[in-house]
Design a protein around this ligand. Structure first.
Ligand SMILES: Cc1cc2nc3c(=O)[nH]c(=O)nc-3n(C[C@H](O)[C@H](O)[C@H](O)COP(=O)(O)O)c2cc1C
Length: 205
């Protein structure tokens, strides 16, 4: 049976608190458009709206309404898209705090796409490398492809990316995330079928 194209749900977390002005959020919004055009449902979470506490221990924070909302929304994800600005050669503390407030229940075994923006010529390559390490720490799988936007302050004209090549890269990254998300969602069924074939003993035939 072909996979249900509408069934893939992506949760995108924006690691900048600057709302609509944020280049991270602008890039995420374009990625969201592309993922929706490819049949995924997407929940773009603006962490500023949740007024999250600092992570302390789940005993202290799980009852916080913002944490409850974050956990409920994150639990629905088949795939995560993490967007971050580069801050002092790494990803934002806001994003790390949000990930720390979540647990393996919401994160483990899921696919992650990584996108970053930086004010300088180097973009967010270092931040994305660090984030990849954290994805490993939560038991997630990160898509090899990523998008790093350099000179973020001049990369956008309103909600539009100025450089058509960069826009193309951003959109094909978003499309690839949906594509691999679907393949990954099929994996348990595929594995079950494969094991049936492997377990067949040719001597019994
Ligand atoms: C605390 C802080 C540290 C930053 N450190 C870096 C950095 O190391 N490298 C860089 O390229 N840009 C750095 N920037 C610039 C941001 O990456 C840039 O302004 C980016 O657009 C912010 O993302 P936003 O527009 O989504 O909020 C820093 C900005 C702040 C506020």
């Amino acid at each position: 049976m072909p996979p249900d194209r509408a069934a893939l749900h992506v949760v995108a977390l924006c690691g900048s608190l600057r709302g609509e002005e944020s280049s991270t959020q602008r890039a995420l919004r374009i990625a969201v458009q592309e993922m929706e055009a490819n049949g995924a449902t997407v929940d773009l979470i603006d962490l500023a709206e949740l007024s999250l506490p600092f992570c302390e221990s789940s005993d202290h924070t799980d009852d916080h309404p913002g944490v409850r909302a974050l956990k409920e929304r994150a639990a629905k994800a088949d795939v995560f898209l993490l967007g971050t600005p580069e801050y002092h050669n790494s990803f934002s503390g806001v994003l790390k705090n949000a990930l720390d407030l979540l647990s393996s229940e919401e994160l483990r075994g899921k696919l992650f796409g990584l996108l970053g923006v930086g004010g300088g010529d180097m973009g967010a390559v270092t931040a994305l490398g660090h984030l990849r390490y954290v994805v490993r720490g939560v038991g997630g799988w990160s898509l090899p492809a990523q998008v790093s936007i350099a000179n973020a302050w001049k990369a956008f004209d309103g909600d539009r990316v100025k450089d058509p090549e960069l826009e193309k890269r951003l959109r094909s990254f978003a499309k690839e995330l949906v594509r691999f998300g679907r393949l990954y969602a099929l994996e348990p069924k595929f594995e079950a079928g494969l094991l049936r074939v492997i377990d067949e003993d040719p001597a019994e035939e």
